[in-house]
Ligand binder design. Structure first.
Ligand SMILES: [Zn+2]
Ligand SMILES: [Zn+2]
Length: 264
């Protein structure tokens, strides 16, 4: 058995104690063989736009078409405070997964999502080592925090579930109490990129008594979805001004790049 497979099987065994394996495809609900990766049926896994080959060199969003761009439209505009981002799949394909995980009470999806993120980071580290700058070393993983009252209502912060599991898989320090969302930023899906930026400005702060806790550290944020990047950017701004050495992020789903030669 290859080392990676061994690690995966061992971790899989450990995670089974926390969450029973899903019998149904997370995306379409069809009955599946539990040995299928990420609890997706073969058809869904094949139709998903995975961020495998061409991704934005800054935010990691999948790029479509054959044009030679290396940056997505938003990153080409500049103003990114994070160093590098990674994503697993296009949001349009996995909408049902994110919806069930966030609003459908299916917290156990977090395990499969964390495994997909883990595989993404391994892929970036090994498969892309020749073409990319290499995977940045991480000192600390943090979830993008939810506004406390909102988290209480939902019962969990989805970013915290996958962040905690991903940290276990990567054997990295994890801190879900360092960063706080200090006000409710509402639902941003109907806002423009500019409005989103204004909406999340100063929405994050180090928790009381934790100021400077990220000083000198290379921090990686974990979240479920990345669209325009305003939330991640606002978190990065807070962490960097609090002394973090760098901020990168990983998400499960990325909104599609709006530029280039669209194929759909
Ligand atoms: Zn399916
Ligand atoms: Zn980008």
């Amino acid at each position: 058995m290859k080392p990676k497979e061994f690690v995966k099987k061992t971790v899989r065994g450990a995670l089974d104690l926390l969450y029973p394996p899903s019998l149904y495809c997370m995306a379409c609900g069809n009955l599946i063989d539990i040995s299928r990766p990420y609890a997706l049926c073969d058809a869904c896994r094949e139709r998903f736009g995975w961020a495998n080959d061409r991704t934005c060199a800054k935010c990691g969003k999948p790029l479509r078409g054959d044009d030679p761009r290396t940056l997505c439209v938003d990153c080409a505009d500049g103003g990114r405070l994070f160093e590098r981002g990674y994503s697993c799949v296009e949001y349009a394909d996995c909408r049902a997964v994110i919806h069930g995980f966030k609003y459908g009470g299916r917290a156990y999806y977090g395990e499969y999502i964390a495994l997909a993120m883990y595989d993404r980071l391994l892929y970036e580290t090994f498969a892309r080592a020749e073409t990319a700058a290499g995977f940045p070393a991480i000192d600390l993983l943090l979830p993008v925090p939810m506004y406390k009252k909102k988290e209480k209502k939902r019962g969990y912060n989805q970013a915290d579930i996958m962040g905690g599991l991903l940290a276990e898989l990567l054997a990295l320090p994890y801190d879900n109490k360092l960063l706080e969302r200090v006000r409710d930023t509402g639902v941003m899906s109907s806002l423009s990129a500019e409005e989103r930026g204004a909406n999340v400005k100063n929405a994050f702060a180090p928790a009381r008594g934790r100021e400077g806790a990220a000083r000198g550290l290379r921090v990686m944020l974990v979240d479920d979805i990345f669209t325009t990047g305003s939330t991640i950017n606002a978190c990065a701004e807070t962490l960097l001004s609090d002394g973090a050495a760098s901020v990168s992020f990983i998400v499960f789903a990325a909104g599609a790049d709006v530029g280039g030669l669209m194929t759909a």
